[in-house]
Write a protein of this length. Structure first.
Length: 83
């Protein structure tokens, strides 16, 4: 495929340039509304009916706190106790 594309670019550079400019023009026409159609939340890949989401909602209702981890602490103990 790349060999064919390189051969075409070497033998007919104007055609390749015209196709590239036309492609960029089409992307320029159809591309601007795309960001507005995409989800702006971080939950695009979350199934709202999954068990993990139900558990998170239950924890949040019971505690009144966000159930997502917000701080991760790495500590070193000075003895053999589990931290």
């Amino acid at each position: 495929m790349f060999r064919t594309l390189a051969h075409l670019a070497n033998t007919r550079p104007w055609r390749v340039l015209i196709v590239a400019v036309a492609g960029f023009a089409l992307v320029g026409i159809w591309g601007p509304p795309v960001p507005g159609l995409l989800s702006n939340g971080n939950d695009s890949f979350v199934d709202p009916g999954s068990a993990s989401i139900r558990a998170t909602q239950t924890i949040e209702r019971a505690t009144g706190q966000c159930a997502q981890p917000s701080i991760v602490a790495v500590m070193e103990a000075d003895n053999s106790r589990v931290v």
